[in-house]
Design a protein around this ligand. Structure first.
Ligand code: G6P
Length: 606
């Protein structure tokens, strides 16, 4: 995810900005850049690659006391120098950095181009600089306030002008904090970036604009009304700071899922309907499609299983799904009117990539659901569908999975509409529920302590099983994988109805079972399977909806109830609970959570 820093004050701005920018490196980035105001000029340096490469461009920069800087994680336009931030207006009088996505940038760009503005990048961000230019008459705060109603999407912004000694910052759905000092002030995407300079912060809220100078900081709402500053003190140590205050990257990434899901939905819903404009180039193939071949590895494969379920269930398609290491060596008798789909966080997994190439070579159009823009899957798929989870650092995949699910729900709804199998009313009901998910996931994440309490009673177990039916079984598979990956507790997931055909032999009073009970059509059936476990003195952890709490509360030894939603969407609200369960079991066992033994984040060999 992009990172922003800004400084105004007596120190050497270059030093402050580069030091703070390096503290944001952990967020992941592909390019970086700095804009410095010295006398009446704005000097800009920006480079694809590491910050070290940017530093080399600084040899002849004048000393400055005001500037903004950025690490970029590409979302619109591949990683290259021109697309790196800061971006400027036509005259170079203004410079700005941005974190987020401007949903309506195409319309704005067309409008601004017709007014004679010239664009030099492929980014959504550049339009903001030109838009401010339209309104700028020497008062940056005023100009920024005037353009805000025109921006749709998520944005944290920092803007400077060569004619003024101030930074104007905006926050809407992308994080931004202000750091306060003596005759100097700072801003950044997160607190760790600034901890070596200050411990006093104002956490900006959505819908706020800050006017930052050496004299002080003023806060406004989008209508320009002054707001009080709520100053807070943060005394984090270095290690905590790097992980945004969390003990592990994995926990940080679990906790970001409300944000990453919101970003993944951005720009993909219009008037209550799914809008996947990315698919336009293969619209004819999609219309004709009768069958989809899905392949992926690990967690991405588990997301694919849910995708397959949805495409069958909602869009009536035939789906074949297999892990990529098998798929690529299997003999395929491709049917006409087929589509391929690969799913990958990194976009570099060797088996997934080979499977993609094999399908393409045989003339099958391939959709790549992928998190890293510019990765091999992104470039080689006929159509990439980005997941917008931001960089994932912990080896065990968390926010990549939930955002992959979001893309797969959107795609299944899109296909269902193309096939005429869903009414606009049904589509808008599911879409509206999808849009409510970030809030519901926040509720789950805020209750992490409840999951930790359960883990204190399970972490000594040597085996933990997961059961569920229908899409709950697919969720069980991912919950079980998370647990074994990081806690090293042996774990397996079973379709609940299959227990009695073998796995029940393993159940004792020492093997806890996680019973997933979201699917109301089969709730009674799954409850019977939970009873089978209890009859063998196995303890059960029930995961269900709040609406069923009164029925389910006393069924197991432990329970967690998530906010109600459509049963079909259960995996998205359910997975954070299972990720937290794996996480706390691992922490209590003292394993290396972010780098589990024998595993790698990206497997680029066979
Ligand atoms: C490795 C990682 C998993 C990941 C899998 C697929 O095994 O440890 O977390 O799910 O690769 O990676 P991809 O980048 O293709 O999603």
């Amino acid at each position: 995810m992009c990172g922003i820093v800004g400084y105004v004050g007596p120190r050497n701005a270059t030093e402050v900005l580069l030091t703070s920018l390096k503290k944001l490196e952990y967020r992941g980035y592909d390019s970086s850049g700095v804009a410095l105001k010295a006398q009446d000029f704005i000097y800009i340096a920006k480079k694809k690659g590491r910050i070290a490469e940017l530093e080399e461009a600084f040899v002849d920069m004048p000393e400055a006391h005001l500037g903004i800087a950025h690490t970029r994680w590409a979302t619109h336009g591949e990683p290259k120098d021109e697309n790196a931030h800061p971006h400027t207006d036509c005259t170079g009088r203004l410079a700005l950095v941005h974190n987020g996505i401007i949903e309506n940038y195409r319309e704005l760009k067309a409008e601004l181009a017709s007014h004679g503005h010239r664009f030099v990048s492929e980014t959504d961000t550049e339009v903001i600089a030109h838009l401010i230019e339209e309104y700028y008459e020497g008062d940056l705060l005023r100009a920024v306030l005037r353009i805000l109603p025109r921006l749709k999407g998520a944005f944290a912004l920092a803007v400077i002008s060569r004619d003024e000694n101030r930074i104007v910052a905006v926050r809407q759905d992308s994080p931004l904090v202000l750091g306060l000092g003596e005759a100097e002030n700072f801003l950044a995407s997160d607190i760790p970036a600034l901890l070596s300079y200050t411990k006093e912060f104002v956490i900006m809220e959505n819908g706020q604009v800050a006017d930052i100078s050496g004299r002080g900081v003023d806060l406004y709402d989008f209508d320009g009304n002054a707001l009080p500053l709520n100053i807070r003190r943060f005394d984090w140590d270095e290690k905590q700071a790097e992980k945004g205050g969390y003990d592990h990257f994995m926990l940080k990434e679990i906790m970001e899922q409300d944000e990453s899901i919101r970003s993944t939905l951005l720009g993909r819903v219009r008037d209550g309907a799914v809008a996947l404009d990315e698919l336009d180039p293969i619209i004819d193939e999609l219309r004709r499609a009768e069958r989809v071949y899905i392949t992926a590895c690990g967690t991405a494969y588990h997301a694919g299983l849910v995708g397959a379920y949805l495409l069958r269930h909602l869009a009536g398609l035939d789906v074949e799904i297999e892990v990529a290491s098998e798929f690529r060596y299997a003999k395929h008798h491709w049917r006409p009117n087929s589509l391929g789909m690969v799913i990958s966080q990194s976009g570099e997994t060797a088996d997934t990539l080979q499977a993609l190439r094999m399908m393409k070579a045989d003339g099958i159009p391939v959709i790549g659901v992928v998190n890293v823009l510019g990765s091999s899957v992104y470039r080689e798929a006929d159509v990439p569908l980005l997941t917008q989870a931001g960089p994932e650092i912990a080896v065990a995949s968390t926010k990549a999975y939930s955002t992959q699910l979001v893309v797969l729900y959107l795609f299944a709804l899109y296909m269902a509409r193309l096939k005429g199998l869903i009414t606009p009313e049904q589509e808008s009901e599911i879409v509206a529920e999808l849009q409510r998910l970030p809030e519901k996931i926040r509720n789950v994440l805020d209750r992490a302590g409840e999951v930790r309490n359960i883990a204190t009673e399970t972490y000594r177990a040597s085996d933990i099983f997961f059961i569920g039916r229908q899409v709950d079984y697919l969720l069980a598979l991912e919950g079980s994988l998370k647990l074994k990956e990081i806690s090293y507790i042996h774990s397996e997931a079973f379709p609940a109805g299959e227990l009695k055909h073998g796995p029940l032999a393993l159940v004792t009073d020492e093997t806890p079972t996680v019973g997933i009970l979201f699917q109301e059509d089969v709730l009674e059936k799954t409850l019977s399977n939970v009873a089978e476990v209890k009859a063998r003195r196995g303890d059960v952890f029930i995961l269900g909806f709040q609406r069923d709490a009164s029925t389910l509360a006393d069924v197991g030894r432990w329970a967690f109830f998530v906010p109600d939603t459509l049963p079909l969407l259960a995996p998205i609200v359910g997975i954070p609970v299972l990720q937290l369960f794996a996480y706390y079991n691992a922490v209590l066992r003292g394993t290396d959570v972010d780098k589990p033994r024998n595993l790698a984040k990206s497997v680029t060999v066979e």
